[in-house]
Design a protein around this ligand. Structure first.
Ligand SMILES: [Zn+2]
Length: 300
């Protein structure tokens, strides 16, 4: 009997970690480090919610989190139609409504005014804000654009991680030359005190991300948003993903730098958790991925 990956008794039926668990086992902690929500009709992720059969509401999200034993989630601004994203104060309001289950990540756009406003908002909500997010591939700036210097200075001084969108973009007009994970190597070299998190494991550049998290003590990656909708070869694709991430763990020599996330509503909770279950690594490494890495890195 292993004491690790079990869901709480109420969620056992739906929890992919429940198979070998007996009632009364240690409560499995899970942290979802990448969640979106707006409750607005002009939210550009509604398309993904429909594809996944999700209502994409706060009630649905919190119910689903409870069902799978996800104790906390980090809430990131979703893109809205028209190349903007949900204002950060709305993200904070949703987190307040969640009663402590969701904590805000402040999204930062590449202009001086927005960088200043983001830092001010984080300063005013110091207890709540857990990280910043830069939407590489969606905005006309790269990770090393000087416009972000003030943000990085603040994040570094406060020990707040900065999440970067990396890899494939949700829309065909995205700029892959700016969202490629290797564009973070220079920033990680220059700012060794800045905690950098590459979202979506740089999909499909898994090996590049493996090298970055191996090379840099301050670089991490999340595995959110890798599965969406059902297309041809869906089963083989998930098996391929699990193999890629497992191999990255072998290359790095451990799972200390890898963080679980769903990217709700892009990936369903069941599918995101199933991906972790499929990893060909030790149970202890799955626990690190599911909660202890996030707890440490985001100081939750
Ligand atoms: Zn996302």
């Amino acid at each position: 009997m292993n004491g690790g990956l079990f869901g709480p008794p109420v969620s056992r039926r739906n929890n992919p970690y429940s198979d070998s668990g007996a009632e009364g086992e240690l409560l499995q902690k899970i942290i979802d480090a990448h969640v979106h929500l707006s409750e607005r009709e002009d939210d550009a992720l509604v398309r993904f919610a429909r594809m996944n059969g999700l209502r994409y509401t706060l009630d649905e999200l919190l119910d689903t989190m409870r069902r799978y034993g996800i104790m906390r989630g980090l809430l990131l601004s979703p893109p809205l139609q028209g190349a903007v994203s949900l204002p950060n104060d709305k993200v904070i309001t949703l987190c307040t409504r969640s009663g402590g289950m969701l904590a805000p990540v402040v999204t930062v756009e590449p202009n001086a005014k927005d960088v200043k406003a983001a830092v001010k908002l984080a300063e005013e909500n110091k207890k709540e804000v857990k990280a910043f997010k830069v939407r590489l591939g969606y905005v006309k700036a790269s990770a090393e654009s000087p416009v972000f210097n003030g943000l990085y200075d603040y994040a570094e001084s406060e020990g707040l991680p900065v999440l970067f969108h990396t890899g494939d973009t949700a829309f065909s007009v995205g700029d892959l030359s700016r969202s490629h994970p290797l564009t973070l190597d220079g920033l990680a070299n220059k700012r060794e005190g800045l905690t950098i998190i590459l979202c979506h494991f740089g999909n499909p550049w898994f090996e590049d991300v493996a090298e970055l998290i191996y090379k840099h003590p301050n670089v991490y990656a999340d595995i959110s948003g890798l599965i969406t909708g059902s297309k041809g070869y869906a089963e083989k694709y998930v098996a391929w993903l699990a193999k890629k991430i497992s191999e990255a763990i072998y290359f790095v020599g451990g799972a200390e730098k890898i963080i679980f996330g769903t990217d709700y509503p892009v990936t369903k909770h069941s599918e995101a958790l199933d991906l972790v279950r499929r990893l060909d690594v030790e149970e202890g490494d799955k626990e690190k991925i599911l909660w202890s890495n996030a707890e440490r890195v985001f100081r939750l």
